[in-house]
Design a protein around this ligand. Structure first.
Ligand code: AMP
Length: 476
């Protein structure tokens, strides 16, 4: 691959109107992802970008995309879209659209955004006038396609942003469906903060001979984030949080909780104690979510309590502290969470609260990131650690199943598909737990022998039939 060392936006072959917008935004020089991505995208390559949040990836794909679209002489026809950007959450889609509008301000390209939770009729009307760049969440886009409000066959540029989260949310089938409707030839760019095997497979299906770029290895946090952990019991977490917040009154803090209910409860508690706090999670209406983000951005509230899904990908400059009030069940989410601070070259602090039951989660995070997180207070003895790690594994499996089911009908279908792909051993485990009494299982399993514990096809079929019967009886 060619080496690009470009220190100014003027070094890229970008149109003067785009350079003007970039300069008005105060971008002096390209960020590393922009340095790598812009030339490749301008040359028309497919791009696979491994980039953390906050690295400037929206401009990395947005600027070359705008440049390509500006060259097309005629305007998009009614209901037609020319470029499509898919993002996992409404907040991220809105934010991308907002940034793109600033980039194409002088280029007179029409940017539309379609996300759930907003009026579909208004979106329909806007699409009716034709769109240069359409930013969408997959679910709402499919709704609009089904209602024939937009045609995708003229889309020649596709961007999949935060692709790993789109897969987490079970959008794989929808993505495939959407991709099959797009025009050819097509330039595709895929960005992901992590690179699990599924993303590699996705890139094979979607990208054509892509150029891979990476601004930091997967799982590595921005260098400017100071990370620390407090070992603390669940009951005293709220007190410690209030202490930390009170000690840094002017800080802008994002507090992550595991559940919607937990986030709301914590926010209420903080407000009752006089803190200016808001919350953002799936139980809030889109209007409430937008308002909380607006207030947080404007500084009206200094503390935002959030769940992962709601806060992923949102860009709020100036967040000085990220508190992991509950540690995430999936280690990669820690990287996304702490990526909310230290954005655009600033520094930040990531503070984790680790209860005994969460020790396994902490160790998984440290393993993923290749670091030992500094202990700020408390301690965890080796014995306690061993005791809790077994517990963690069980909790993790349970939550994984739950989170797989989160989302819409399509997410459930995706899970069904994934289940069907699962190796026989995990099916066997499930069947055995449901169909056999515990003592029978123990007796049947010779120690250390994996092969001999595999049930025969006949046993599996019988167990499946038993399960089906049980469910039928429950239904009745
Ligand atoms: P993103 O990763 O695209 O969400 O961008 C993170 C933040 O960095 C946004 O607030 C951008 O406005 C800002 N940003 C993007 N590119 C640059 C740049 N070249 N110089 C300074 N700030 C930038």
């Amino acid at each position: 691959m060619k080496e690009y060392i470009l220190n100014k936006f003027e070094d890229f072959a970008l149109a003067p109107v785009i350079l003007r917008a970039v300069s008005e935004l105060g971008f002096d020089k390209p960020t590393p992802i922009q340095e790598q991505c812009i030339p490749l995208a301008l040359e028309g390559h497919d791009v696979m970008g491994l980039a953390q949040t906050g690295t400037g990836k929206t401009a990395a794909f947005g600027l070359p995309l705008s440049q390509h679209l500006m060259k097309v002489k005629d305007r998009p026809k009614a209901k037609e879209a020319r470029a499509l950007i898919l993002a996992p959450t409404r907040e991220l889609a809105n934010q991308i659209a907002e940034n793109l509008r600033a980039y194409v301000h002088h280029a007179h390209l029409r940017v539309n955004v379609v996300v759930g939770g907003a009026s579909i009729n208004v979106q329909r009307q806007k699409l009716g006038r034709g769109t240069d760049i359409l930013v969408a969440t997959p679910g709402r886009l499919m709704d609009l396609v089904e209602r024939k409000a937009v045609y995708l066959d003229m889309v020649r540029y596709l961007v999949l942003d935060e692709a790993d989260q789109m897969l987490d949310l079970g959008f794989i089938h929808v993505l495939k469906e959407i991709a099959s409707m797009l025009g050819e030839p097509r330039q595709t760019m895929l960005f992901s903060a992590t690179m699990p095997t599924q993303i590699k497979q996705l890139s094979k299906a979607f990208l054509n001979n892509p150029k891979t770029i990476s601004v930091s290895p997967p799982g590595k946090a921005a260098d400017k984030i100071a990370q620390s952990v407090h070992f603390i019991g669940n009951r005293t977490k709220a007190d410690l949080l209030k202490e930390c917040l009170a000690a840094n009154k002017d800080d802008i803090s994002l507090v992550f909780c595991r559940t919607k209910h937990g986030s709301e409860k914590l926010k209420k508690h903080l407000v009752e104690r006089g803190f200016k706090a808001g919350s953002i999670h799936g139980n809030k209406s889109q209007g409430q979510r937008d308002r909380a983000i607006r207030e947080f951005k404007s500084g009206e509230i200094k503390i935002l309590v959030a769940t992962d899904v709601a806060a992923r990908g949102i860009d709020i400059s100036g967040v000085s502290h990220v508190y992991n009030y509950d540690l995430p069940e999936v280690a990669e989410n820690y990287v996304h969470r702490i990526g909310r601070t230290a954005r655009a070259g600033r520094s930040g602090e990531a503070v984790a609260f680790c209860s005994p039951a969460e020790i396994g989660l902490l160790r998984a995070i440290e393993k993923l990131m290749g670091v030992d997180i500094k202990v700020a207070s408390g301690e965890m003895s080796e014995q306690e650690e061993k005791l809790n790690i077994g517990k963690k594994k069980r909790v993790r499996n349970r939550v994984k199943k739950k989170s797989d089911f989160r989302g819409d009908k399509r997410a459930k279908q995706a899970l069904k598909g994934a289940k069907e792909d699962r190796p026989a051993r995990s099916k066997h485990k499930k069947v055995r737990r449901k169909s056999s009494p515990p003592n029978a299982t123990q007796g049947a399993k010779p120690a250390g022998s994996k092969k001999s514990s595999k049930p025969s096809r006949k046993q599996r079929l019988r167990a499946r039939a038993n399960n089906a019967n049980k469910s039928a009886n429950k239904g009745a």
